[in-house]
Write a protein that binds this ligand. Structure first.
Ligand code: 8YV
Length: 323
């Protein structure tokens, strides 16, 4: 009997064509509505799933009878119920490494945009507001030689540290579940508590996974620890920040600016943040370059096919669990 694959988000056309050559492929189509029902039906006799950006939990997967792997086209996996997958002995694969540099680039894009009011001043100039030499309201914050606090020194955090150290001569602090001595030594980064990092940094970049311990890690109390000239960047997951508290801090000028790529609820279509000039809001584009998205799709495809061919894929979140 042929194997069946469920594609649960838009997928690179080449990869889709390769899947069609080997498997029966069912694509979830949001335009047809009732996505949960489409999923439950499609999953019931599926062997594998591939996609990204969708919440998948027991409700969607309980009808599965022979599902071996979900291959996510993402590095983050907070949208899957890993405990449930373990219990059902379903592998979860993801795509680390291939997006590291692209996402670190975006962290720096946001950092520089927020520090120098790039997005706001672009709109301001185009609106014809540049009528005389710029005043203090248009001034920004220096980046070169300043102190950067990185929350989460994993692969992406380390790539951000490398840019900061070699490109901007920044002094680096980091907070992590455990010390990362190799990276710390390479970029002269000092380990410290979250509170110390927030109090001392000119720039704070969030690069942690979303999990129970990072949920709302940055709330009103933590924002109040930051300096008035400080800039906060989030390229991780929106729920690491209490977005309402951040709005208040930005609106009251408790911190200078923020640069956000991720939000508590995505896509973000309405938000009080949109009324503020001191926040740069991007639509979750951390890994979104043509080349990197291709590499992610390719890696996710390899993970899927490897599992469906009876072998163990290279990038499993739960390598010890399988059917
Ligand atoms: C993805 C990401 O674009 O990989 C991740 O964890 O956040 C992004 O690279 C997103 O998760 C899927 O659309």
């Amino acid at each position: 009997m042929g194997k069946k694959v469920v594609v649960f988000s838009r997928l690179d056309a080449d990869i889709l064509a390769q899947l069609h050559e080997q498997f029966e492929v069912v694509q979830i189509n949001p335009k047809l509505g009732q996505v949960d029902q489409q999923l439950a039906e499609a999953v019931s006799d599926a062997d594998g799933m591939i996609g990204a950006g969708r919440q998948l939990n027991a409700q969607h997967l309980q009808s599965a009878t022979r599902l071996k792997i979900i291959s996510s086209v993402s590095v983050g996996y907070d949208n899957y119920d890993v405990a449930y997958l373990n219990q059902r002995k379903i592998w979860l694969a993801h795509t680390p490494h291939v997006l590291t540099e692209t996402t670190a680039d975006l962290a720096f894009t946001l950092l520089m945009s927020a520090a120098r009011q790039v997005a706001h001043l672009d709109a301001w100039t185009k609106a014809g507001q540049w009528q005389r030499t710029v005043q203090v309201a248009q001034f920004g914050q220096d980046i070169f030689g300043k102190k950067l606090g990185i929350i989460g020194l994993g692969n992406i955090g380390a790539a951000i540290a490398r840019r900061a150290f070699y490109g901007f001569n920044m002094d680096i602090l980091y907070h992590n579940r455990r010390e990362n001595l190799a990276v710390a030594q390479a970029f002269n980064a000092s380990y410290c508590s979250l509170e110390e990092l927030l109090r001392r940094s000119d720039f704070v970049v969030i690069a942690v996974d979303l999990n129970a311990s990072s949920q709302a890690l940055i709330a009103a109390e933590q924002l109040a620890m930051m300096q008035a000239h400080a800039v906060l960047i989030n390229i991780a997951r929106g729920s690491v920040i209490d977005e309402q508290a951040l709005y208040v801090a930005l609106q009251q000028g408790q911190i200078f600016a923020a640069g956000l790529d991720v939000y508590q609820k995505e896509p973000l279509q309405q938000s009080p943040l949109f009324a503020l000039d001191n926040v740069v809001t991007l639509p979750h584009i951390g890994s979104a370059t043509v080349a990197t998205r291709q590499k992610m799709a390719q890696l996710a495809y390899q993970n899927l096919v490897t599992a469906l061919n009876g072998q163990k894929p290279a990038y499993l979140v739960n390598p010890d669990y399988h059917s």
